[in-house]
Design a binder for this molecule. Structure first.
Ligand code: FES
Length: 119
């Protein structure tokens, strides 16, 4: 475990999100219904920011570019929207399903901590 303090608890109230840069990591922190989540702030194939991604009724983070969705706890793909066939072979190669990187997160001593081990 490599817990790193990333933010004051008060800075992430229920329903909010924050992008935090720590070391080489660009993290998206979310407080969804009082549950904290930390994910890599880039989608697994095009590396776009997920800061504006909505959370669907299943608690999955939905890509702002198309409708692919990722489980907030595990990062697993819950819905995948492949590129249209007309987009071409190159886009097809980068559209394979890949899980989103997620991090363990906790609130302790008034701060939010993220475990950056192996990420
Ligand atoms: S653009 Fe990467 S998941 Fe949608």
């Amino acid at each position: 475990m490599s817990w790193t303090k990333v933010l004051a608890v008060d800075s992430l109230p229920v329903g909010s999100r924050q992008v935090v840069k720590t070391g080489n990591h660009n993290l998206l922190l979310l407080n969804h219904h009082g549950q904290l989540y930390a994910v890599k702030n880039s989608c697994p194939h095009l590396k776009i920011s997920l800061k504006k991604a909505k959370i669907n009724e299943d608690g999955a983070l939905v890509c702002p570019m198309h409708r692919s969705a990722f489980d907030l706890k595990t990062g697993a793909v819950t819905e995948w929207t492949p590129w249209p066939p007309l987009v071409g072979k190159a886009m097809g190669m980068i559209s394979q399903e890949k899980a989103l990187s997620v991090f363990d997160i906790k609130a302790e001593d008034g701060s939010i901590w993220v475990d950056l081990t192996d990420n």
